[in-house]
Design a protein around this ligand. Structure first.
Ligand code: DX5
Ligand code: ZN
Length: 219
């Protein structure tokens, strides 16, 4: 099963409830929440209070992507906010294994994200301990960027690693520059959760855009 995880980074922040409802009406089963601190990435977005406010309007999975330095400082806050999946960057902490353990102890699924320049091989020692791998297909920080083609190769490497470790349940997520034009190739490469920001929240047709993705997934 393939899931669409619309990124609210591209939504109208003054109308988050309405925006979330509109993509859920289109069949989105996840909602992707991008948290940026202005240090790990050159942009600031939103934090745990906003995640907590939107939680009651999310019917499916709240998929939180922390693009912050030393994410270990905020794991509890996002548990309280209602995150189902908490994804941290491998590059953002000295103690990735401890962070993953702590996320699990708090009762959430744990994800690890890799920047475009970070090799998949670094996941080998921890692949059996995590629920999700998030391959960044743009440099994190901003929506609306172009998909980096090598990301397809990295998705295939993640899939092979998952198979090697008998992790057929691993969620393989891709984030950045996902469109209706490259979604098929992305799925073929191994992704099963597709984040899409600007290609879903385009200011007018969010429900129809989400529907089109979901239809493509079913075909
Ligand atoms: C990028 C974020 C993405 C972003 C995707 O730093 O992690 O989730 O919002 O936006 P699009 O789909 O517009 O590339
Ligand atoms: Zn993201």
């Amino acid at each position: 099963m393939i899931h669409l995880s619309p990124s609210i980074l591209a939504a109208d922040f003054a109308n988050l409830q309405k925006e979330i409802e509109s993509v859920q009406e289109g069949g989105a089963t996840y909602i992707h929440v991008d948290v940026m601190d202005g240090a790990f990435v050159p942009n600031i977005s939103l934090g745990a209070p906003v995640a907590k406010s939107i939680r009651p309007h999310i019917k499916g999975v709240m998929d939180v992507h922390l693009m912050i330095e030393a994410p270990e400082r905020y794991l509890e806050d996002f548990k309280v906010a209602g995150a189902d999946i908490l994804t941290v960057h491998l590059e953002a902490t000295h103690h990735i294994h401890r962070v993953v353990q702590r996320i699990h102890d708090l009762g959430m699924k744990a994800g690890i994200s890799l920047n475009p320049g970070t090799p998949v091989s670094l996941l080998e020692p921890i692949i059996e301990d995590i629920d999700l791998v998030l391959i960044m297909s743009v440099n994190p920080g901003f929506g609306g960027q172009k998909f980096i083609p090598y990301s397809l190769e990295k998705l295939m490497q993640v899939k092979a690693l998952a198979q090697k470790h008998n992790r057929l349940d691993l969620l393989i997520e891709v984030d950045g520059g996902v469109t209706m034009d490259n979604a098929e190739a992305i799925i073929k490469a191994g992704a099963n959760v597709l984040v899409a920001g600007s290609s879903v929240f385009d200011g007018k047709a969010a429900t129809a855009n989400a529907k089109a993705f979901v239809k493509l997934f079913e075909s």
